[in-house]
Design a protein around this ligand. Structure first.
Ligand SMILES: [Zn+2]
Length: 1071
């Protein structure tokens, strides 16, 4: 570090035009003496324009250069250089002709806003999980202590099932419409029936047994489980049965057979004698005096399997091309591999919906309670085999829009009057076609340049934005990344500062850049801090970097403009020098206090001063206790758990951070926070800026270099290199009759319609809820258009447009048929996680259970073929809806357990808000992959199995991952050759505890396992820490919490119990 940097440095102030106010020099690091004043207010500070070289005008109106592409001169492929416009082409070579199904939109009456509210009765699913003292984290699980051996904590549900139904009714598991699962009031679950049975089909062999619940107790009674699932569900059991529905409720000697329960004597050794005492509701109570058939454990295979649903969808779509030319088409699942060809609707990679057939009326929507929502990942990365988005440039005119609703030109605009006008597909307004845009129509009424213009024929494309879309009507400057490193004692001691600095040397070579461009234009800047902030001048040409200390954290400012944000390649030598010196400079620090809000403030001020948007990467250790704005104190209070005040644990502290979030959002300053806490840090508050600015929070509890270093560095690399847009505003427009009413994401809402994101990366998704404000017409369907205005990596202002058309139906069966469970769960997760800010957790869980039951009851009532009331009928598209809902209710934010660290719960809550459907799917149903039977020579990944203890085996080896945690589980009877092959150890007993990496051995098995692990790490949004766990070892409990079909470790029912509960609720609702 140059001496100059540490001492009074008039050159800095002199060198900066518009920078007055230095009272003195720059003091040494750590000084508390106010060395210089502040520049005056944020607005006065820097009036000088940024370096001229930073400016890059968007190329508008440049002459076209011929290129071999199908699109016209105004079109370029994303990533190609702007100057190289494709040549005009008369040929319509783009894809297949799209079916134009979305043209006519009859005028709609004025909307009548209607509210759809969920009114639900009180009920909740119980918590009866055994308490286990463990310390867990969403991203980072660590063992601390345990009061219980893992094995003892996992009672398995033994549910009995009805044998007699099998002989004549089991026709296979899948149907096109619905799957029916039988519940025998006395015996439990039957295997799924094939097609929905006709009324009167003898499904159940025998009526409920009189006074003799045959199998000890069926699952509802709670007896087989460690805790009764029904006991806490808010409904007295078994005393208050649902009032008389069919024969089920009125089960008695005379009525048992009335509703499809004909007696089939013989199958259980004889007809039952009579009604069960106290069991009018069909559920046996109390201990049984079983005299019937032998007990039989319910086979997990008899209830709907996520694995099977995923596998069937995979087989159906694998290797296929999914074309988007059909309105209301339900896409393949997120878990399937498929290629997409855009033919007029946005790819499901960008937009997914909870249902692709909206109910025509608000009443229908209210009746079924299926949420209407879209999950939009606007900058999703497309695989290499798919066409990148085309960029349309209309020059100074800018994109063509509807005069009334401002929707952008898209396939839903209908050209009329010989092409002179177009009718908006969203608001029906008739607009003049600008002269330059005029084109004749063909005999089908379609413009003859239909296939040459992406905005006429595609679901997704981009427009080059004009200056009207830029801040202050100026083209944006290239964005900046500012790395802000906490150099307090713990970060120095753990070696963290050193590895960050080392890593940045290579990482900065790989800054993201626009596809096709040679190098990244992103500027970089560096700050270190503890109680004071140190800024660095790394201007190219300097022999040494220079440090400037700001100790007045109350009114943060940036002490230098020129030389703070630089081009990495230009300043590489100085930056290397700096990164080499930082760890040494603070090596002897004993400063343990830090500031935090002033760090973010400094970052946003720096971006403001440079007039650019950008991202802060903050590497922080502990709760900020130093005297400064945003100082926090420990407000964690386990006594609040399970009280009405529990919500306060999730609520951020208002004031400084709230204002900071607004300031960042307004100035295009996104914040990514890497936290390395050893105790509570008030994450809810510390993460409030990232969670409103499109940022992410990464957390490494008790960071240790050996076990967490690689994990952290993988996260950092992914995060810095990922494709990202800056200073973004998103607007979702809809056709008449419905509109976007609510938004969930790492976003800031300044008003009710504009979704502001200081930055949005390729993994961030926004979930948008829709409500009716009028009747929708079946003929015209429902359209939506998402427009994202953002600054590209190269500093160009663009509009990315995604269009999607849905069906509308007055038949609820259409809606159910078109549901997407994974999308529904994304919505439910985000809305529940938001709700816990304002409501007791218990209420939120109750609502989730109620809504699950309502959705299924409504289906049963309105859509399913007549079937015995004893059946639980699940729509085919929602077959595994209950397992996901149950899993959601067992996630850390929604369980009431004092064992879970508050910060971890807050972390998961906030992380989920920005997640896409892919991520929530994996989070709620982790992959459990058996590795013991695989062929090391094969490239294929072994098929996953159900997330249940029942699928484990003593001699087995399983890999489990949910996108945030990864485990290699080894059964206690693992064959020595497997252990030898993977660990080079003679037996499992030799395995070290807390292993987080696999040794690099030459054995085929080792190579195969490591390649599977590496592939998954590569594929997922976040890196994952690998935990190697042995069966029956204490840390195994961390693994078991992800077996989501089993009973929750911190409360929450097993899948089987939950299904039983939902079944009861459905029956209740149908009465
Ligand atoms: Zn319009």
């Amino acid at each position: 570090m140059s001496q100059q940097g540490y001492v009074a440095a008039p050159p800095y102030s002199q060198a900066q035009p518009g920078m007055g106010g230095y009272q003195g020099g720059y003091g040494p690091s750590g000084t508390t003496q106010p060395l210089y004043g502040h520049y005056g207010g944020p607005n006065q500070a820097y009036n000088a324009p940024p370096t001229a070289g930073m400016l890059k005008s968007p190329a508008v109106g440049l002459p076209p250069t011929p290129l071999s592409t199908q699109y016209s001169q105004n079109v370029q492929q994303n990533g190609t250089h702007l100057h190289r416009y494709p040549a005009p082409s008369a040929q319509s070579t783009y894809g297949q002709p799209a079916q134009s199904t979305y043209n006519s939109m009859p005028p709609q009456p004025q909307p009548t806003p209607q509210q759809i509210t969920n009114q639900m009765s009180a009920m909740s699913i119980g918590n009866y999980g055994k308490k286990i003292l463990i310390y867990t984290s969403f991203y980072n699980v660590q063992w601390t202590s345990s009061s219980d051996g893992p094995a003892s904590t996992h009672g398995h549900t033994s549910v009995t099932y009805c044998q007699h139904a099998h002989d004549n009714s089991f026709n296979g598991r899948r149907t096109n419409v619905a799957t029916a699962y039988d519940w025998c009031p006395s015996y439990g679950w039957c295997s799924p029936m094939g097609a929905p049975p006709m009324a009167g089909t003898p499904l159940m062999g025998a009526p409920p047994m009189a006074g003799a619940p045959p199998m000890g107790a069926p699952p509802m009674a709670g007896a087989p489980m460690a805790g009764p699932p029904m006991a806490n569900m808010g409904r007295p059991f078994p005393g208050s049965p649902p009032p008389g529905v069919g024969g089920f409720q009125q089960a008695g000697p005379g009525t048992a057979g009335l509703q499809g329960f004909p007696q089939q004597p013989g199958q259980f050794g004889g007809p039952m004698a009579g009604p069960q005492p106290g069991m009018p509701g069909g559920f046996p109570s109390g201990p049984s005096q079983l005299s019937g058939p032998p007990q039989k454990k319910l086979d997990l295979d008899s209830i709907p399997s996520t694995i099977e649903v995923i596998e069937n969808d995979r087989l159906r779509y694998e290797g296929q091309i999914y074309t988007t030319n059909i309105r209301g088409q339900v896409p393949p699942l997120v878990t399937s591999q498929f290629a997409v060809q855009d033919q007029g609707n946005a790819s499901p990679r960008f937009m997914r919906c909870t249902t692709y057939a909206l109910p025509c009326t608000a009443d229908l929507a209210k009746q079924c309670q299926v949420p209407l929502a879209a999950i939009i990942k606007p900058l999703a990365i497309l695989p290499k085999n798919e066409t990148p988005l085309y960029v349309v440039n209309h020059g100074e005119t800018g994109p063509i829009r509807c005069n009334r609703c401002k929707a952008y030109m898209c396939p839903y605009m209908q050209f009329i009057e010989g092409g002179r006008r177009f009718q908006c597909g969203f608001c029906n307004c008739v607009n003049e076609v600008p002269v330059f845009y005029f084109q004749h129509l063909d005999h089908m009424g379609r413009r003859v340049d239909f296939y040459e213009r992406p905005e006429l024929s595609l679901g997704s494309y981009e427009f080059v934005a004009t200056l009207d879309y830029c801040k202050n009507n100026q083209p944006p400057n290239p964005p900046a990344f500012i790395f802000m490193i906490d150099v307090s004692y713990s970060n120095i001691k753990s070696g963290l500062v050193k590895i960050i600095c080392n890593e940045l040397k290579t990482l900065l070579e790989k800054l993201p850049k626009e596809e096709g461009s040679e190098s990244s234009v992103i500027k970089v800047g560096f700050v270190t801090y503890n109680k004071v902030l140190h800024f660095y001048n790394v201007k190219s040409g300097l022999a040494q970097p220079q440090m400037m200390v700001v100790s007045d954290t109350a009114e943060m400012f940036v002490p230098l403009l020129d030389g703070f944000l630089v081009n990495y390649q230009d300043s590489k030598a100085v930056i290397y020098n700096l990164l080499d010196q930082i760890p040494d400079m603070f090596a002897d620090t004993n400063e343990s206090e830090t500031v935090f809000a002033p760090v973010i403030q400094a970052g946003v001020e720096a971006l403001k001063a440079a007039e650019c948007s950008g991202k802060l990467f903050i590497f922080h250790s502990a709760i900020p206790t130093a005297e400064a704005p945003g100082k926090l104190k420990n407000r964690d209070d386990k006594k609040l758990i399970n009280t009405d005040k529990e919500k306060t644990l999730f609520q951020p502290q208002k004031g400084v951070y709230e204002q900071l979030a607004k300031d960042c959002a307004a100035n295009g300053c996104s914040v990514d926070l890497f936290l390395f806490p050893s105790q509570y840090v008030d994450l809810a508050t510390m993460a409030s800026v990232p969670s409103h600015t499109g940022g992410s929070v990464f957390k490494y509890n008790n960071f240790q270099m050996e076990t967490d270093g690689d994990h952290f560095l993988r996260d950092l690399r992914k995060d810095v290199q990922k494709s990202i847009g800056f200073d973004a505003v998103m607007r979702v427009r809809t056709s008449t009759g419905f509109r976007a009413t609510d938004f969930f994401g790492a976003v800031h809402m300044n008003n009710t319609t504009d979704v502001e994101m200081a930055a949005v990366d390729c993994d961030k998704a926004v979930t948008v809820e829709f409500k009716h404000d009028d009747t929708l017409a079946e003929e015209s369907g429902a359209m939506m258009q998402c427009a994202l205005l953002y600054t590209t990596l190269s500093g160009q202002r663009r509009l990315r447009i995604h269009n999607l058309s849905l069906n509308c139906s007055s038949q609820l069966s259409e809606l159910y048929k078109s549901c997407e469970t994974d999308a529904l769960l994304n919505f439910f997760a985000k809305s529940a996680y938001r709700a816990i800010l304002n409501q007791p957790l218990k209420n939120v869980r109750e609502i989730l259970v109620n809504q699950t039951a309502h959705i299924l009851a409504c289906y049963r009532k309105n859509c399913a073929s007549p079937s015995p009331p004893s059946q639980l009928v699940l729509p085919d598209a929602m077959k595994v809806f209950p397992v996901y809902m149950n899993s959601l209710m067992k996630t850390a934010p929604l369980v009431t357990s004092t064992e879970l660290p508050t910060d971890d719960r807050a972390h998961q809550r906030l992380s989920v808000m920005g997640m896409s459907v892919e991520e929530t799917q994996l989070l709620l149903y982790p992959r459990l992959i058996p590795l013991h039977n695989m062929d090391p020579g094969s490239d294929a990944l072994p098929a996953p199995v159900r997330c249940s203890e029942e699928r484990l085996s003593d001699a087995g080896m399983f890999l489990l991952e949910n996108g945030h945690s990864m485990f290699l589980w080894l059964g206690q009877a693992s064959p020595p050759d497997v252990i030898q092959g993977i660990f080079d150890l003679p037996s499992l007993a030799h395995l070290q505890p807390n292993m987080t990496a696999l040794p690099e051995l030459d054995s085929p098995l080792s190579k195969k396992v490591r390649s599977i692990v590496a592939d998954l790490l590569e594929k997922r949004t976040n890196s994952m820490k690998l935990h190697v766990v042995r069966q029956k070892d204490k840390p195994e409990i961390l693994f078991r919490q992800f077996l989501v079909e089993d009973k929750g470790l911190y409360g929450g029912a097993s899948y089987m119990d939950f299904l039983c509960h939902v079944y009861r609720e459905v029956r209740q609702l149908l009465t």
